[in-house]
Design a binder for this molecule. Structure first.
Ligand code: PGA
Length: 241
């Protein structure tokens, strides 16, 4: 059975105080959320402790946005799996296009991070997706196939979420058509060994388009950036019809 997982990716937004303010409004809006949906907030490292403490007993799970592959060591500025686990983190985004684009992450380091997440009991959310230029050149399938094959070498597919995030749709308001997102996610599924892996769509998911996206048979959830920053809009997405 594929699980429905709706995750907010806050990126570099929200102090601890802003996190607590968000929760005060957000948690009250989940009373009608159907049981089978997993709700995750992927916050900056500095807000994870506050988030975890305030969510104790709530149905929302805590996620981080990255991790290093070593458990500890001389890696200035990095955070490890055991450090995240201690804070109650359950999920971690790995290989987001912003990490690949601005921070030099490669399929090789993404693969190391995925294996480290699993080794420390975290569920990684692996992001894959093509640029506008690659899409226009007809390379969407080949780009996605290479990412999936290289990123998942020796990765356990029973503890994994994949997010299809076309880069041209991230933060642009330019959502991928739901039928096309469904098609590419079908391609991703055909490349996986485990048919039960949850595959999310990400890229300008909003209250106005979430119902249509989630009605697609291959789409098991959403990874939401901008629209996860406001309690009302993220609650509307979590409570998709
Ligand atoms: P967006 O971001 O919803 O703001 O487009 C999605 C993401 O980067 O995960």
């Amino acid at each position: 059975m594929r699980k429905i997982v709706i995750a907010g990716n806050w990126k570099m937004y929200k102090t601890q105080a802003e996190t607590l303010d968000f929760l005060r409004h957000f948690l009250g809006l989940l009373s009608e959320t159907p049981d089978g949906r997993e709700v995750v907030l992927c916050a900056p490292f500095t807000a994870l402790g506050a988030l975890s403490k305030s969510l104790h007993g709530a149905r929302v799970k805590v996620g981080a946005q990255n991790l290093h592959w070593e458990a500890e060591g001389a890696f200035t500025g990095e955070i490890s799996g055991p450090m995240l686990r201690e804070l109650g983190v359950r999920y971690v985004v790995v290989g987001h296009s912003e990490r690949r684009q601005y921070f030099g992450e490669t399929d090789e380091t993404v693969n190391l991070r995925l294996k480290a997440a699993q080794a420390h009991g975290l569920t990684p959310i692996l992001c894959v997706g093509e640029t506008k230029q690659q899409r226009d050149a007809g390379e969407t399938e080949s780009v996605i196939t290479a990412q999936i094959e290289n990123d998942l070498v020796d990765v356990d597919q029973t503890n994994l979420i994949v997010a299809y995030e076309p880069i041209w749709a991230i933060g642009t308001g330019d959502t991928c058509e739901s039928a096309e997102a469904n098609r590419v996610i079908g391609v991703i599924r055909s490349l996986l060994k485990n048919p039960d892996v949850t595959i999310q769509y990400g890229g300008s998911v909003k209250p106005a388009n979430v119902d249509e996206l989630m009605a697609q048979p291959e789409i098991d959830g959403a990874l939401v950036g901008g629209a996860s920053l406001e309690p009302e809009s993220f609650a509307r997405i979590v409570n998709f019809q």
